[in-house]
Write a new protein. Structure first.
Length: 413
């Protein structure tokens, strides 16, 4: 009988049996597991002995370029501080107000026979806008003229009689009382004639008022009454007229800036700009007119008014506009508003040096406009400050300016 040792591989005969085949498969799986474990162990040992690859050796640079000490730089917007003049401006919300607004009312009562304007039409001073039936007023004028003619005839006769009495009295042929009575009658008739002339002039004026004319040059609004209606003197509004050129804008000035406005007004004319609602377009350029004489205690402001030529008609009555009143200018170091930040210790900026390192620096701000701010102290002209991306900047950290190419590692093309 032949014995086989356990260490010998199974023979071909034993492999043909089911038990032999199972032993052969288990032996192959064991060899495969041993090979996999050996390969993994070799790879881990090799990696631990290899130094860490730099961003350049890895073939890709980190965002913002390589920085000393492995710190990544931050891409920021920047601007140079410059020496310049910053305008002193007061911004306010204003309302367009016509210089003259007229409610067109008739001066006489009667039937409206004609309307000679189109709604929204630009009319000139003296243009006939409406006509009231003139016939009753023509008859009243004729009557007053007849009354005056009759009284003038009586006055002429009384004067002739007075002259005759004076001649007789000079001849001592008549009593003095008759002469005086006739003279008084002449005076009475002269007063009557004068009254008749006033009544005639009044009738002529009433007749002229049957033609309703424009008292100003401006834009007429919507018609409030139609032809054929009876209108009453002083109460019926035919339409409304507004003067368009020039036109005023009324706005409010904070009470703390009143003295600044008065001081600047003594120096010269103050320019005023009227912007549209989103401040994207200048509607008109005008000049400051005046301040009101009292402070509104409810708002702490003083009403102000500016006048605009409005030649293009861009300003419309009751329109809301953004007003910008310029009081002059102040010179100093100017930077964008976005570059100045506020911290626990006050205002500060990030200054970028030639090595692209940002340094926090405390500053003192002065006059501020919508886009720029004056730096009173802490900054010099020509220095570069961070304007955008400052939230990610650290004091002493590296930065990269927007638009600059990322720095390439040495040894790479």
């Amino acid at each position: 009988m032949n014995d086989t040792s356990p260490s010998d591989p199974p023979s071909a005969n034993s492999a043909s049996t089911p038990r032999g085949r199972s032993s052969w498969l288990a032996w192959l799986i064991g060899l495969l597991l041993i090979a996999i474990l050996a390969t993994g162990t070799w790879w881990l040992v090799k990696r631990s002995q290899t130094p860490a690859a730099s961003p350049a050796s890895a073939g890709a640079a980190p965002a913002g370029g390589g920085a000393p000490g492995g710190r990544l730089s931050v891409t920021v917007g920047s601007a140079k501080a410059r020496q310049g003049e910053l305008p002193i401006i007061i911004d306010a919300l204003g309302t367009v107000t016509p210089v003259v607004t007229v409610a067109l009312k008739p001066q006489v009562s009667g039937v409206l026979t004609e309307v000679r304007f189109t709604e929204g039409q630009m009319v000139k001073k003296g243009d006939v806008l409406a006509v009231i039936d003139p016939r009753p007023f023509e008859q009243a004028l004729a009557q007053s003229q007849g009354q005056r003619a009759r009284d003038e005839a009586q006055l002429a006769a009384a004067r002739v009689t007075l002259q005759r009495y004076q001649t007789l009295w000079s001849q001592d042929s008549i009593a003095r009382q008759e002469v005086d009575s006739q003279a008084a009658l002449v005076k009475q008739l002269e007063g009557t004639v004068q009254s008749d002339r006033a009544a005639e002039d009044s009738a002529k004026l009433n007749l002229a008022h049957t033609r309703v004319t424009s008292p100003i040059t401006g834009r007429i609004g919507l018609r409030a009454v139609d032809p054929g209606n009876t209108i009453q003197a002083g109460s019926t509004v035919i339409a409304t007229l507004t003067q368009m050129t020039p036109i005023d804008v009324q706005f409010a000035v904070p009470q703390g800036r009143v003295l600044d406005v008065l001081s600047a007004q003594k120096i010269g004319t103050l320019p005023v700009l009227a912007y549209d609602s989103d401040r994207s377009r200048v509607l008109e350029e005008g000049t400051f007119s005046t301040l009101d004489n009292v402070v509104d205690t409810a708002t702490g402001t003083v009403k102000a008014k500016a006048r605009f030529a409005n030649a293009q008609g861009n300003l419309f009555p009751a329109q809301f506009v953004n007003v910008q009143l310029q009081l002059g200018g102040t010179k100093g170091i100017l930077v964008p508003v976005t570059s100045v930040r506020t911290g626990p210790n006050g205002d500060y900026v990030y200054v970028i040096d030639d090595e692209r390192v940002a340094h926090m620096r405390s500053v003192k701000r002065g006059v501020t406009t919508a886009g720029q701010v004056q730096i009173v102290s802490g900054l010099e002209g020509g220095e570069v400050v961070v304007t955008e991306g400052g939230d990610a900047v650290k004091d002493g950290g590296r930065v990269q300016l927007a638009g600059e190419r990322r720095a390439r590692p040495q040894g790479r093309p």
